[in-house]
Ligand binder design. Sequence first.
Ligand code: FES
Length: 159
Amino acid sequence: MILTEESVQEIKKRAARYPHIKSAILPALTIAYRQVGHVDDEIYKEISSIIGIPKVEIAEAATFYTMFPKKPRGKYLLQVCNNISCALMGSDAMIKYLEEKLDIKLGETTDDKMFTMVGVECLGSCSTAPMIQVNMDYHENLNKEKVDKLIDDLRNNKD
Ligand code: FES
């Protein structure tokens, strides 16, 4: 069992709120993702047995959303928006800068397991482009100096 008793109880509690049990799939995946840091076949199986929905339906929901990484990743997941508004405001150059700074390409994880960087579609923050989502937080109106500070702050975060 990968999910802790606390996660299992939280999933059951959330599931009880919904008249249609399928509505509990995304909250359950979110709880699992927050605990484990990714979701995979074993997690789908555990959620399936907790809420009584076929595993394939859990997997279908999980694979539809980029917000649920499917394999272990670094402590910080940098989701770099490269859709039209961010692209017009320099996201290509920002990605290139981050690739050089972190010595990884999109989709890769740094050797010290601190950072995984992926490219994503619009995150709904176009008016503050270019932007990056780091785990659950948005970092907006980025430029080279702000990216440097962001990476330094994350590296120095001791928790
Ligand atoms: S295009 Fe980047 S947030 Fe919308």
